[in-house]
Design a protein around this ligand. Structure first.
Ligand code: ADP
Length: 295
């Protein structure tokens, strides 16, 4: 099973280049697509889901030419968009039943089995008679996964699914996503680095419509080993450190900046060597691209 994206380009009517000669090969399992807001993730997802056209390039899923054979790709695709839209005043059961009918499950008994099975899987069976629009954010996202799984699709696309979920809901949703990735391709778009390190065996970082890094998270992290150093500094010194060192990123810790820098040798000056994480990989890739563009 393989999803193959080749030289995809898309410029919107307002002149924004959303996809810039983007190529990517994706195999079985959960694949993380990481990038800042505006990187082009949703544009890519919508193109793969045959919901919008590309200016040039190709997308194939096994034998299907995705950009040309829209009906065929829709048969094997489940899609959880970023914005689900407005839910009608209908119970979870009835709405899922309706989606199953739309997806071509015409036989009543088969539809009942499908709907009940999916509600069980996403742990919403006990809430099946509640209106979906009254669900919490996490319940809505789990419902979204249930509708994406109708008909057992081989390719699932989920666009920023954990944005806006509280930590407990996020863990429950990620566990569910992890289960669904066992025998299909699940493409997960997110700007939450931890979701990718928690879930994905393969990933790409995209920015400004281009793939700027691709690989297994463990390998990408390994490549930074022994080069990332950490120090807590005071706010007033922040600019000074940025001038002196290659600062990868900083976050506040107890009100003061905790900075990570990249350095081949021990920088001394109170820095401590740390085991890098995926956010070090992510910010290094984004900073490198931004620096190259501004040069
Ligand atoms: P992401 O999902 O990574 O946040 P998007 O694919 O939504 O990125 O957006 C990529 C760029 O394309 C952004 O600059 C965005 O403003 C722009 N864009 C997205 N959709 C449209 C559209 N329909 N018309 C014009 N510009 C768009």
């Amino acid at each position: 099973m393989k999803l193959s994206i080749n030289n995809l380009c898309k410029t919107y009517a307002n002149g924004v280049v959303a996809l810039d000669d983007l190529s990517l090969d994706i195999g079985l399992g959960l694949f993380g697509l990481l990038g800042p807001n505006g990187a082009g993730k949703s544009s890519l997802m919508r193109t793969i889901a045959a919901l919008q056209t590309a200016d040039s390039g190709t997308v194939s899923f096994d034998e299907i030419d995705v950009l040309k054979q829209k009906a065929q790709i829709r048969k094997v695709l489940g899609y959880l968009p970023q914005e689900f839209g407005v839910f009608p005043k209908t119970s979870a059961y009835k709405l899922l039943d309706y989606y199953a009918l739309l997806k071509g499950i015409g036989h009543k008994k088969q539809r009942k089995e499908t709907v009940e099975g999916l509600l069980n899987l996403v742990n919403l069976y006990q809430d099946k008679n509640k209106n979906v629009y009254e669900f919490s954010g996490g319940m809505k996202q789990r419902f979204g996964i249930a509708q994406a799984l109708i008909g057992n699709p081989k390719l699932i696309i989920v666009d920023e699914p954990t944005a806006g979920l509280d930590p407990g809901e996020r863990v429950r949703f990620n566990n569910l996503l992890s289960q669904t990735g066992e025998d299909r391709i699940v493409l997960l778009s997110t700007h939450i680095v931890d979701d990718v390190s928690d879930l994905c065996s393969d990933m790409a970082i995209i920015n400004k419509g281009k793939v700027i890094m691709k690989g297994a998270p463990v390998d990408l992290i390994d490549a930074l080993a022994d080069r990332v150093w950490e120090k807590q500094i005071s706010k007033k010194d922040y600019d000074k450190y940025c001038q002196k060192y290659e600062v990868i990123h900083s976050r506040l810790h107890a009100g003061n900046p905790l900075i990570h820098i990249m350095n081949e040798d021990n920088p001394e000056n109170g820095f401590v060597k740390i085991t890098p994480k995926l956010d070090d990989v992510y910010f290094t890739a984004i900073n490198t691209q931004n620096n190259n563009v501004s040069k």
